[in-house]
Design a protein. Structure first.
Length: 337
């Protein structure tokens, strides 16, 4: 839930958890290195996804920050604890449509809410949607200890204050999340690497399709956005990120790590933060910021980045319930009674 975790108090898009994108992963399949896996997680309550929304995985294969492959998921209204999903794959110019267009590769397949995943194979694609164990690990109470309440709702003053803030407790060990998992042959991604990947959630309101959330780099939107900027940021497109958001990022980094403007821009460029898309070269091991795997400690990475190395690691370990076979993300935890 690195994307869901937003400035301690910022709520989900339109106040609806179903529209809340949580994490984006990209890595080589451990079962077949010639295949690439993309996971887009949403809804931290893991109960269903929104029937009026489009959940989109965008893949730029030629470096122009426009989608060349778009995988769109749409969901039926949930009934009696069940839901179905339909998947479209669009390529080329059609991938830039905001609608769910392209070839319908799956129609009305069953969403998985229990321990046994409904895995759908269509041609070269393997697809899953449903509730799974959340692989994201973080010390929420420790992060709250870093929060300066004088700074407003975003993390404008991340400082130690004399002692390490960490509690040593992973706040996410029993959390579930709603996952969409898409696997395809790496050869379909072309040969111009790295590719660039981002998630998008759009919902239809009053006949219009509103872009209400986006997911790229883990924990970037979480730490950089405020109540005043989150709606515009979530609706914006990666191709415009550099021009629109550089000054805001530089300003925040001046507070959190005492960066000069030149230092901040150099750090942003070194990490590839703007545009806010996940880069992945499948010819190299998946380790953030080259893609993202379940073992990457993205909170440690982001806090070290923001504080210019001032904040020490949390000491937490990755979750151990992830899988080496599809759908890779772990079996959901039983519902609490």
């Amino acid at each position: 839930m690195s994307n869901h975790f937003t400035g301690l108090s910022l709520g989900p898009p339109l106040g609806d958890q179903r529209l809340d994108l949580c994490d984006l992963y990209a890595f080589q399949s451990p079962a077949d290195p010639a295949r690439t896996v993309f996971i887009l997680n949403a809804n931290p309550t893991a109960d269903a996804l929104h029937p009026d929304a489009i959940y989109r995985l965008n893949i730029d294969t030629d470096g122009d920050l426009l989608a060349d492959i778009a995988v769109s998921y749409v969901f039926s209204p949930p009934q009696n604890g069940k839901q179905t999903f339909t998947v479209f794959v669009a390529k080329g110019a059609e991938a830039r449509s905001v609608e769910a267009v392209g070839t319908k590769i799956i129609s009305d397949a069953e969403v998985s809410f229990g321990p046994h995943p409904n895995i759908v194979k269509v041609g070269n694609y393997t697809v899953f949607t449903g509730s799974r164990s959340d692989a994201f690990f973080f010390d929420y109470d420790g992060i709250k200890n870093l929060y300066d309440t004088r700074g407003g709702r975003n993390f404008t003053a991340l400082h130690l204050g004399g002692k390490a803030p960490w509690t040593g407790v992973d706040s996410n060990t029993e959390a579930n999340v709603f996952s969409t998992v898409f696997e395809l042959p790496t050869s379909e991604l072309g040969n111009k690497f790295p590719i660039r990947v981002w998630g998008r959630c759009s919902v239809r309101r009053d006949g219009k399709l509103l872009h209400v959330d986006r997911a790229g780099h883990p924990s970037v939107s979480s730490f950089f956005n405020t109540d005043d900027t989150k709606e515009e940021y979530n609706a914006s497109e990666p191709i415009n990120d550099r021009a629109r958001w550089t000054d805001m990022f530089v300003h925040l980094m001046g507070h959190t790590g005492n960066y000069t403007r030149d230092e901040a821009i150099a750090a942003i460029d070194a990490d590839g933060l703007l545009p806010d898309v996940l880069s992945f070269d499948p010819g190299k091991p998946a380790k953030y910021p080259n893609g993202r795997s379940f073992t990457d400690d993205v909170i440690n990475h982001r806090l070290a980045f923001l504080s210019k190395g001032d904040i020490p690691p949390t000491g937490l370990k990755p979750h151990t319930d992830t899988l080496r076979e599809f759908p890779y993300i772990g079996t959901p935890h039983p519902a609490k009674t």
